[in-house]
Design a protein around this ligand. Structure first.
Ligand code: F3S
Length: 282
């Protein structure tokens, strides 16, 4: 069985940067925390926990120490609270997420109602939305955009992991709502590139394995686009979840991984698939 790994599988620029910053902060010692998981990889979070980095839900009871801000950002209120408490802040927010936050702030300061295209429950979106100083709406689809009120000036940004198609359809809907429209395509290249590569790989193989956290939006989307082209697509977090039955009659298996999946997990999965193949032949 041939195993084909997508070229750009795994860590994107922002996650790599955040993970490095977190491990460096952990190495320094002292009380170190992250507000929510640093990246959407339970395995990386576990490693950091082993080095003494604790995950907090809120800053409420924290008055001292180092706080690492995760790659997909936090709300402006949380950042202000950390500064007010004079915590040492290691801001690992991905620069692309920061850009979306800044656009929202500037748009609302200049009189635009803001539309954020994304998943309202996702912490990245909640962070982006918190920078609005006026009206702000979150829409996940063009159907939701169709229900928006009429607006004079509309500013649109997207969650970094959104698909271009979805943004395009929401923009079309908004064209019917407002007089003046400004659109910032804040979709991150890393996501699009991974999706395109995964799509072409899914077309060429008999089975696809997508590795990444079940809480990772970009991994979930990667698995979705692969499933559309290759029904034998399976999302896993670790090699232990691989099921030999998935590979029956498979000649080529494609492997890709979400932007928050570390290389060591990808290597373990590839090794395990290869081992299963050997077992099959024995
Ligand atoms: Fe940043 Fe894009 Fe990664 S927004 S965290 S480089 S997926």
């Amino acid at each position: 069985m041939e195993i084909v790994l997508a070229k750009r599988a795994g860590f994107c620029f922002g996650v790599k940067r955040a993970t490095q910053m977190a491990f460096e902060a952990a190495d320094k010692g002292g009380a170190t925390f992250t507000l929510g998981p640093i990246i959407h990889s339970p395995q990386v979070v576990q490693k950091l926990e082993g080095m003494g980095v604790k995950v907090l839900k809120t800053l409420e009871n924290l008055n001292d120490g180092t706080i690492i801000i995760r790659s997909h950002g936090v709300t402006s209120e949380e950042l202000e609270e950390a500064a007010r408490k004079e915590l040492e802040i290691v801001d690992a927010t991905c620069p692309f997420v920061k850009k979306a936050q800044e656009h929202v702030k500037r748009l609302s300061q200049t009189g635009y109602d803001v539309v954020v295209v994304g998943d309202a429950d996702h912490p990245e979106v909640q962070g982006i939305v918190s920078y609005a100083e006026g009206k702000v709406f979150v829409v996940g689809s063009w159907e939701e955009a169709a229900r928006l009120p009429k607006m004079k000036k509309v500013g649109i940004v997207a969650q970094t992991t959104q698909s271009f198609e979805n943004l395009k359809h929401v923009v079309l809907e908004c064209l019917m709502k407002g007089g003046e429209i400004r659109v910032f395509n804040t979709i991150c290249d890393a996501t699009a590139v991974r999706q395109e590569e995964a799509k072409s790989l899914a077309r060429e193989v008999d089975c696809m394995v997508v590795i990444g956290g079940y809480n990772s939006a970009n991994t979930k989307r990667l698995a979705e686009v692969c499933t559309e082209l290759q029904p034998r697509t399976h999302q896993i977090e670790t090699a232990q979840e691989l099921d030999p039955a998935w590979f029956v009659g498979v000649n080529r298996v494609g492997v890709t991984a979400g932007a928050s999946t570390p290389k060591w997990l990808i290597d373990e999965v590839i090794d395990r698939i290869a081992a299963l193949d050997v077992e099959k032949k024995d």
